[in-house]
Structures are given as C-alpha cells and as structure tokens.
Design a protein around this ligand. Structure first.
Ligand SMILES: N[C@@H](CCC(=O)N[C@@H](CS)C(=O)NCC(=O)O)C(=O)O
Length: 314
C-alpha cells in the first residue's frame, strides 16, 4: 500500500528545513502537518511514543524520529538522485555531527542572544525543559561576541571548501550541503530585521564569505518539492488505518546481543531525553525500529538512528 510521505514540522525549524530541501532535491510530493514549537504536542505523541523533537516523518504506521533516520529512509525509498554521490557515503553522515551539534549550538546561542527579550517566556521555559538546563537568554546575549567568532570560523570552512570554484561541498550535491546549509538558513531566517542582523554581526561575517553566499542561493533554488497541507487528525487517521510495513530484521552481530522481541527504551543522548518504550522489530548498526501499541492509533513502529541515541534495557 502506498502511503503518503508526511512530515510533522514547523516552518521556522532548521532541522525540518533539511528535510524540506531533500524533498526538493529529489522532487518528492509530500504532506505537511504543522506541529507546535513547544510542548504539549498531543497529536504527535501517539505516533512517537513520547519523542518530542522536530521533525518527525510518518509513512503509514511507520514513524521516523530524528533527521538522520528520516534521511536514511527517504534515500531508501527515493534513491535517485542520490544524496551520497561516490565518495560521500561516510563523510557526509559524519559531517552532520559537526553541523547538527557544534555549529548548530553556536547558531542557536547567536540567534537567541540577539532576539533576547523578544523570546516569549513560555518558549524559554520549554527549551529549558528540553535541555534539562536553563535556556539562559541573558547569558547567550553576553556570549554574542564569542558566537560571532565561532560562526565566522565555522562558515570559513565552508568558504574554504568552495574556494576552488566547485558548486557543491563534496563535488556533487550531497547530504553535506543540506546539513551545512541548515545553519546558514537558520541564522538568516531567524534574524530578519536590520537591527537584529547588526547585533548578530551577520553583515560583517557574510561580507567575507562570497562563495558561501553564492552557494546559499543555489541551495535556496533547490526548493521544497511538492508540499500539500494535512491536518494532524488526518495524519492520525492514516496511522490508525495502516499497519507498519517494517519487516522483522535481526542483527546477529549486535555487540550487545540484542534480539528482535526484546523490550527496550530508546532515548536521545543530547537533549529532549524522553525515553520511548517498545519491542525491537528491526535492528542494525545504523537503525532500530521498535513496536508500540497506542490507544489512539494502534500498532506503530517507531524508528531511530543508532548514532546519537541510547538503547537501554527496559
Ligand atoms: N537530532 C535531531 C535534532 C532536532 C531538533 O533539535 N529540532 C529542534 C527544532 S529545529 C527541536 O526539536 N526543538 C524542540 C521542539 O521542536 O520541540 C534531528 O536531527 O532531528
């Protein structure tokens, strides 16, 4: 059965922008379900079993949490054009740990330090809960000079990579472009007023990054594929009617001896550390799929990547 490709996201979300650009690159038609930026997310929880971060992809009763596993699944279902041209299969994944963690955290501090008092208190409270530590906008404001330095140095690597006149970071278009672009898109789209841009120092930073600016325009031109809105209720109805399509797959080489049928908890190792409980259906070095039963949508298989996630015994 061909189920629609549904992305649960919000427009300002940089991690969602990664997936939207991949939809554009691959020319995919997809359904967009807008989810709240902060908790509660009552129409998402039945699908994810508690995972709260953004975005989440749903195909029938299979639900993919975290962009790493979302991208892996998109590449599997829509292999052409590939995000992993020759020579890009390993390094493009590894690079995402730099773009999604170190570079992204610099960008977050610069954005929220700049926005300062404009950030609503309920957002600050939600992000403090998400992090398990205070989301201290005042401290971020004090750190703006450091964050400008960091952003300039990191974006300087992108400039250097493009300095031989190539179009894309690894030669052909790849996941590396998407992951790096997310951060440039994020600072630019979050800081739109001239005053905010001046506080963040964006003009001075980008003035010395002409190749980054040209590459950014090429990235923007990739687009978002064909998007059509869907309500959260409709998406839940799709899940309720569908059965998971994941085929049981064991991993005889699992170094911890985990087996299909084991009950486990899966949890991000960085933030948003909500444990999702389920029974292993499919397991490999890069992927884990766990089965859950939810009272609103019935049987769901929730998929996570392995890098960046902990799998714990129940
Ligand atoms: N490693 C995750 C990170 C996702 C992430 O941090 N997303 C942000 C929004 S762009 C988030 O979840 N914020 C809290 C929320 O939306 O509840 C991924 O690759 O999907």
């Amino acid at each position: 059965m061909a189920y629609p490709t549904i992305l649960h996201h919000f427009d300002a979300s940089p991690f969602s922008e990664k997936i939207r650009v991949i939809f554009g690159f691959k020319g995919i038609s997809w359904r967009s379900v807008r989810i709240p930026r902060i908790m509660p997310k009552p129409d998402l929880m039945p699908l994810t079993g508690g995972y709260r971060r953004t975005p989440v992809m749903q195909i029938g009763a299979d639900v993919f949490c975290d962009t790493q596993i979302i991208i892996r699944e998109i590449e599997r279902r829509f292999p052409s054009p590939t995000l992993f041209p020759s020579g890009g299969a390993g390094v493009a994944w590894a690079l995402a740990l730099w773009t999604d963690r170190t570079l992204f955290q610099n960008a977050v501090s610069l954005v929220f330090g700049t926005l300062g008092a404009k950030v609503p208190p309920e957002f600050v409270e939600d992000r403090s809960r998400l992090r398990g530590a205070s989301f201290d906008v005042e401290r971020m404001r004090a750190a703006i000079p450091q964050m400008r330095d960091q952003l300039r140095a990191h974006l300087g690597w992108i400039e250097a990579q493009l300095s031989d006149g190539r179009t894309w970071l690894l030669g052909d278009f790849s996941l590396a472009d998407v992951s790096a672009y997310m951060n440039v898109w994020y600072v630019r789209s979050s800081l739109v007023s001239t005053q905010d841009q001046a506080v963040a120092g964006l003009d001075r930073i980008f003035a010395h990054l002409p190749r980054v600016a040209e590459w950014e325009s090429r990235m923007r031109a990739v687009g978002h594929g064909r998007r059509e809105e869907m309500s959260a209720e409709e998406a839940l109805a799709v899940a309720a009617k569908a059965s998971p399509e994941t085929v049981a797959e064991s991993d005889p080489d699992d170094p911890n001896g985990r087996k299909v049928g084991d009950r486990v908890l899966v949890v991000p190792d960085d933030y948003g550390k909500v444990e999702v409980l389920g029974e292993i259906v499919s397991l490999s070095a890069q992927h884990i799929g766990i089965r859950r039963i939810d009272e609103r949508v019935g049987e769901i298989v929730v998929h996570f990547p392995r890098a960046g996630f902990l799998v714990l015994p129940d």
